[in-house]
Design a protein around this ligand. Structure first.
Ligand SMILES: Cc1cc2nc3c(=O)[nH]c(=O)nc-3n(C[C@H](O)[C@H](O)[C@H](O)COP(=O)(O)O)c2cc1C
Length: 343
């Protein structure tokens, strides 16, 4: 048994979260993770033609229909995400009106934008007062964690540059970020994210001050994840070097180096990245928007394949339950081994 501030906060058996992976569906994945004793997180699904509030509602209904375990949901609060304000007001109202949703939908994770929009929403304030829900925000750098603290978050997700998918301009590794944040905010609950796929990684995160880990790429390579089989099959033979940090219409993003990724630049500075993003033509933006649909349909060359460096330590596509049990076993044995070094 490993008990941490995060397992206690959410009443979890294990300190393992699934990372949100919008715009893709992660309902079955979130369900499997929560059922296995971790905390499954529903993604902000906003593929063209979907209504994010409706999709959140359907996802939450799906979860409460199939499990009585706790789970979470993600809001992308970036300015260019469609319907952010509506999500932050309408979804809390939906949850507030349903006692089971209120009880189970406990983890509200905002990312990729402001940490202030959700706590500023009146319906969310009411929900927070009348339930045990917690608000976390993704903090990829110390100055961004400071903003989260000012927004009175209940905790942060510390995501380093090795992580898959949407990234910040900051490019700080998870290893350094965790140590910085442990020093700067010792009492703030933290979830480590980016580069985790094993129990040794979990043990390291715990000793660096986190109370849990969140994994994205590891869970894509699972039997239950809704990702296209062609997407999943890229992972076991993959190496960390098969991924790179690129930019485009959606800002910095870690992608598998396929044809689509290599059509995009990988500028070294934040200023260069932002200048490129501003220079994008409507045609380029439209092509980028279509890249999610292409990969959703299994086009691994022309689609955006979001993956982290952790693919280098994922060797098979497994059942979610087996992944979680194995990570826990490895973590316990790593912690024991380390403790035995004390003389
Ligand atoms: C396919 C994919 C989609 C993602 N979409 C989101 C998202 O919608 N919101 C978000 O906060 N992070 C998103 N991310 C980042 C993950 O939440 C997480 O930070 C990352 O997967 C961690 O690195 P790992 O893949 O090594 O576990 C995405 C990552 C992937 C791989």
């Amino acid at each position: 048994m490993i008990e941490t501030n995060i397992t206690k906060m959410f009443g979890l058996k294990y300190p393992i979260f699934s990372a949100p992976m919008g715009p893709f569906f992660t309902r079955d994945l979130a369900l499997a993770v929560s059922e296995a004793g971790g905390l499954g997180v529903l993604s902000n699904v906003n593929i063209i033609g979907t209504n994010p509030v409706e999709e959140h509602k359907k996802s939450i209904e799906y979860m409460i229909e199939h499990t009585d375990k706790p789970f979470g949901l993600n809001f992308l609060t970036s300015r260019n995400n469609i319907g952010v304000k509506e999500m932050c007001t309408d979804v809390p109202k939906i949850v507030m009106d349903n006692p089971r949703m209120r009880e189970q939908c406990v983890y509200w994770l905002t990312s990729a934008g402001s940490s202030k929009i959700l706590p500023a929403s009146k319906p969310f304030q009411e929900l927070r007062e009348r339930s045990e829900v917690k608000h976390f925000h993704v903090a990829p750098a110390v100055w961004l964690a400071q903003k989260c603290v000012e927004a009175q978050v209940d905790g942060i997700v510390c995501t380093g540059t090795e992580g898959g998918g949407h990234q910040s301009y900051e490019k700080v590794t998870t290893l350094v970020l965790l140590q910085q944040l442990a020093k700067a905010f010792p009492d703030l609950p933290k979830i480590a994210c980016g580069g985790f796929a094993t129990g040794e990684g979990l043990a390291a995160a715990l000793s660096l001050g986190a109370g849990a880990i969140a994994m994205g790429s590891r869970f894509i390579a699972s039997k239950q994840s809704e990702f296209n089989e062609a997407y999943k099959k890229l992972i076991p033979p993959g190496t960390p070097q098969d991924t790179g940090l690129f930019t485009g219409s959606f800002g910095p993003i870690r992608l598998y180096r396929n044809k689509y990724a290599l059509e995009h630049p990988a500028p070294s500075t934040k200023e260069e990245m932002m200048a490129y993003e501003r220079s994008l033509t409507m045609e380029q933006r439209t092509r980028d928007a279509g890249a999610y649909e292409r990969i959703y349909n299994g086009d691994t060359e022309n689609g955006a394949v979001l993956l982290g460096q952790s693919i280098g330590i994922i060797k098979s596509i497994d059942d979610v339950n087996d992944i979680i049990e194995r990570v826990m076993k490895e973590a316990e044995s790593a912690i024991r081994k380390n403790a035995a070094m004390l003389k």
